[in-house]
Design a protein around this ligand. Structure first.
Ligand code: NAD
Length: 496
């Protein structure tokens, strides 16, 4: 698989025939309105398939089916071991379709096929497998009440959960949601991003094949403003599991208040600082990791280290290493296994990224590298580095979600922390230092849900991921994710 060459992948892309219909109650269906929209490959501008444009009626139908499945107990009351075994089978089926699903991801949103194979697919099926294996090992609690009563505290599934996900890691973001949602016994209506619906639609049938009963996992593609909004406002949806921008996250809070006070978990945007101190154990390694920390996945990563903060005395050394690392990255056809930087998801996002590059120039930052579009056609942007960035510039404040790095300098630790925390976001941060005391001091002082020390963007399904401040609340991954999709139910039994 990994040794397939560009020609193999191009041929596979020619013959693949993606499913674009919704999946409700175990069946692929057209939208009630019959409407579809073009799914465009951002690397070529070609239309890969038509996607059903789900609307309010389709969301109503999917929610009703999910509710019926939940109330029937066919999944919600299945023993945790049986549920877990079926989730593990689901994971295995996804793994056995790795090549097909990786190709769908690449055609959908432009990421390099080698990244889809090495990251998106393994991290998706291992997530489902982990929750499948974990769910029958979680015990409920009995409270230390006086002897005249027993108080049982049990985790109860919520019911119907709406999962609304973005396009940057389409399958993986969906897996982070649906694995703990399903493991806890809930039913799901998944709305993928309109830019990247194909893998979510495809795996729905694999779920049924794995033994997850029909109606438990439904997928309704469509626009955010219609299908996403309808899910957010639905009176019979108990919880929204959202990953996406902070602006849309705020809308889901409003939808909840305007409807049934459904629970909301938000994984939103970021502007993560990556702080390199002069006492870093290996300054060049830190700089190289900083380059990958922003350019990986075309910079379309919520926790991208989009602000590198570097101590003045090593600023030139770090900048040079970042620039040489970025220039060596191979930008091009995402179907080429040698490609390291693929296409930006669509024209709108490409224009947005180019607009930020223009704003960096016009606000006086120094463009050190990149800044343009390689001569590849399609939605490509070069890895771009700005130096002499000040904290008040737009490129230092706003989430760009593209391969654009802002390098800022600091004089001392206090200034580094001040600049790092001067943001509405709090998703992640990096610290590079060889001083153990500083490790503790700085990681304590940073307002971020995840702090990496002498590494960047490390993770494992066992460790929670999520933000502080306007990066959202609630955690994906780890057993903590189960908290979002269950309520504690107390049963008080009088023994007197
Ligand atoms: P987005 O907020 O535009 O869209 C996310 C989802 O919300 C999509 O499914 C979209 O259809 C839906 N949506 C859009 N408008 C809506 C509306 N008015 N009502 C209801 N639903 C609506 O985000 P995006 O552009 O798809 O993804 C990029 C964003 O996602 C970035 O901000 C990034 O930081 C964030 N993200 C966060 C994490 C995390 O774990 N914190 C992970 C990945 C991406």
């Amino acid at each position: 698989m990994l040794d397939s060459n560009i020609q193999d992948w191009r041929e596979a892309a020619q013959v693949i025939s993606p499913e674009g219909r919704m999946f409700i109650d175990g069946t692929y269906l057209d939208a009630e309105s019959g409407k579809t929209f073009d799914n465009v490959n951002p690397a070529t501008g070609e239309i890969t398939c038509q996607i059903a444009e789900g609307g309010t009626g389709d969301i109503d139908r999917a929610v009703a089916v999910a509710r019926r499945a939940f109330d029937s107990g066919v999944w919600s009351k299945m023993s945790p071991s049986d549920r877990g075994a079926r989730l593990v089978r689901f994971a295995d089926l996804i793994e056995s379709h790795t090549r097909e699903l990786a190709l769908l991801e690449t055609l959908d949103m432009g990421k390099p096929i080698s990244d889809a194979l090495s990251t998106d697919l393994p991290l998706s099926h291992s997530c489902l497998r982990w929750y499948g294996q974990a769910i029958d090992k979680i015990y409920d609690e009995i409270a230390p009440t006086p002897g005249s009563a027993v108080s049982l505290m049990r985790r109860a599934p919520l019911g119907v959960v709406g999962a609304v996900v973005p396009w940057n890691f389409p399958l993986m973001m969906a897996a982070w949601k649906i694995a703990p949602i399903l493991a806890a016994g809930n039913s799901v209506v998944l709305k993928p991003a309109e830019q990247s619906s194909m893998s979510a639609i495809r795996i729905a049938a694999l779920a049924v094949e794995a033994g997850i009963p029909e109606g438990v996992l439904n997928v309704v593609p469509g626009m955010g403003e219609t299908a996403g909004r309808a899910l957010g406002l639905h009176m019979d949806v108990d919880c929204i599991a959202f990953t996406g921008s902070t602006a849309v996250g705020k809308l889901f809070m409003q939808y909840s208040g305007q409807s049934n006070l459904k629970r909301v978990g938000l994984e939103c945007g970021g502007k993560s600082p990556n702080i390199i101190f002069a006492d870093a154990p290996d300054v060049d390694a830190a700089a190289e990791a900083a380059a990958w920390g922003i350019f990986y996945n075309q910079g379309e990563v919520c926790n991208a280290g989009s602000r590198v903060l570097v101590e003045e005395s090593i600023a030139e050394q770090v900048l040079e290493k970042i620039v040489t690392t970025g220039r060596a990255m191979r930008v091009g056809d995402p179907l080429d296994p040698e490609t390291q930087i693929g296409a930006i998801v669509d024209k709108t996002q490409t224009d947005r990224v180019l607009g930020y590059i223009e704003s960096g120039r016009s606000q006086g930052a120094r463009l050190v590298s990149g800044g343009g579009q390689p001569d590849a056609g399609g939605c490509f942007v070069e890895p771009t580095v700005f130096a002499d960035v000040s904290p008040d510039m737009r490129i230092a404040k706003e989430e760009i979600f593209g391969p654009v790095l802002s390098v800022l300098t600091f004089k001392d630790e206090a200034e580094a922390i001040k600049i790092a925390n001067d943001t509405i976001y709090g998703l992640a941060a990096g610290v590079w230092t060889g001083d153990l005391n500083r490790t503790f001091r700085v990681s304590e002082a940073l307002h971020a849900g995840v702090v990496w020390v002498n590494c960047f963007d490390h993770g494992h399904i066992s460790s929670p991921f999520g933000g502080f401040k306007q990066s959202g609340f609630g955690r994906d991954k780890s057993l903590h994710a189960i908290d979002k999709y269950t309520d504690i139910k107390t049963t008080w039994i009088n023994l007197g």
